[in-house]
Design a protein around this ligand. Structure first.
Ligand code: G3P
Ligand code: MG
Length: 242
């Protein structure tokens, strides 16, 4: 059965990558959550998608240029100002402490494509280990070297390779990069690709599946998981899938 990961929490209905969005994901019965991480000036792991805070908060500037103390002054309510007063950018630690007693799966996406956050991989792995979440976590990134490094640091934590355009010889590539899964842009996913993935024992988790028709298509393909901003809708559609 396809697993449903709430993308940035429930980003379609709640402020993305905030605790409110993660609580909602659990409330609607998502199997797991996806979140994005970066490092602050003082080396703390924060949960935020963009390298700058401009789009999702009332501040401006680069995440890397603020200490966490400074960052948490900004309101991350984003476009949901009518529903919520104030939301903070969470620390990864806050999310892990909350998720630990639940049975939710976790996908931590390292946002280290544009900025090479020094020590990000080790810090994230240490945090996962601290909360004993190795078995329930998949690390992912568009930076595949970073995923290979994560595998080197923690071979027991699964990695997934994110990508936008079809890969050359994906089954060889995924083996060389020591990953267990591919996280493709959904347009690259076909039924025959899924058959091949199954043959090679590779998990396929496409992003970002928000339209009903696309959900139906991915469920018919029996992909291993989807990332969606609308986990409640995805659950309903999955229930109706024969
Ligand atoms: O992990 C799936 C998805 O989150 C990748 O793209 O830009 O939404 O982080 P993005
Ligand atoms: Mg992401």
């Amino acid at each position: 059965m396809t697993k449903i990961f709430a993308h940035r929490g429930s980003a379609g209905t709640h402020p993305e990558n905030t605790m409110i969005a993660f609580y909602e994901a659990e409330r609607v019965g998502a199997d797991g959550i996806e979140l994005d991480v970066q490092l602050t000036k003082d080396g703390q792991i924060v949960v935020i998608h963009d390298e700058t805070i401009d789009r999702t908060t009332d501040g401006t500037g680069w995440v890397k240029d603020f200490t966490y103390r400074e960052l948490k002054q900004f309101n991350a309510v984003y476009k949901f100002v009518d529903q919520y007063d104030v939301c903070r950018i969470p620390l990864l630690e806050e999310v892990l402490a909350w998720i630990h007693p639940t049975s939710l799966l976790l996908n931590i996406e390292l946002k280290n494509g544009l900025i090479a956050y020094e020590g990000l991989e080790q810090k994230v792995i240490d945090m996962i280990r601290h909360y004993g979440l190795e078995e329930r976590t998949v690390l992912s990134s568009f930076n595949h070297n970073s995923m290979l490094f994560c595998h080197h640091l923690a071979p027991n934590i699964e990695t997934g390779l994110l990508y936008m355009e079809p890969l050359y010889d994906p089954w060889k590539y995924v083996r060389v990069m020591k990953a267990k899964g591919l996280h493709p842009y959904h347009r690259t996913v076909t039924e025959s690709f899924l058959h091949q993935a199954r043959h090679h024992g590779i998990a396929i988790r496409p992003f970002t599946i928000n339209k009903e028709s696309l959900m139906k298509k991915m469920f018919a393909y029996e992909v291993d998981a989807i990332f969606t901003d609308y986990p409640r809708l995805a659950k309903e559609i999955l229930k109706k899938t024969p």
